[in-house]
Design a protein around this ligand. Structure first.
Ligand code: ZN
Ligand code: ZN
Length: 116
């Protein structure tokens, strides 16, 4: 089984052609919208913030592995394990994950699924 433990392994994965196709497919499936913002009732991904030119700031979307690449290499290319997130939500999510991971011995695998 291919592993994605080191930065080098991850970099190789994220630079691979199959991943680039998959990422494009996930963005299309999710309409280029942040799925977390959507769940929280924000319809659009933008913040109404304007940049210096007076146009809307573009928010970078990230295709996120719901189950971490490192822990679940078998789900690396599983569309069901991927979703579009804005940078903001993505950071928040990973913060939460890392914080909880350190003190929660057993995480209920289904807790997140049931929430939505
Ligand atoms: Zn978001
Ligand atoms: Zn992520």
């Amino acid at each position: 089984m291919q592993e994605y433990k080191t930065l080098e392994q991850k970099r190789t994965f994220y630079n691979s052609t199959p991943w680039k196709h998959l990422r494009a497919a996930v963005r299309e499936r999710d309409n280029n919208e942040c799925q977390q913002c959507k769940r929280e009732g924000r319809v659009f991904i933008d913040t109404n913030e304007l940049n210096r030119k007076g146009t809307r700031k573009k928010i970078a979307l990230i295709v996120h592995h719901i189950k971490e690449l490192e822990d679940h290499p078998e789900l690396a290319q599983d569309m069901d394990n991927l979703e579009c997130l804005c940078v903001h939500c993505h950071n928040k999510l990973h913060d939460r994950y890392f914080k909880f991971a350190s003190w929660q011995p057993k995480r209920n695998r289904f807790a997140d699924d049931e929430k939505w």
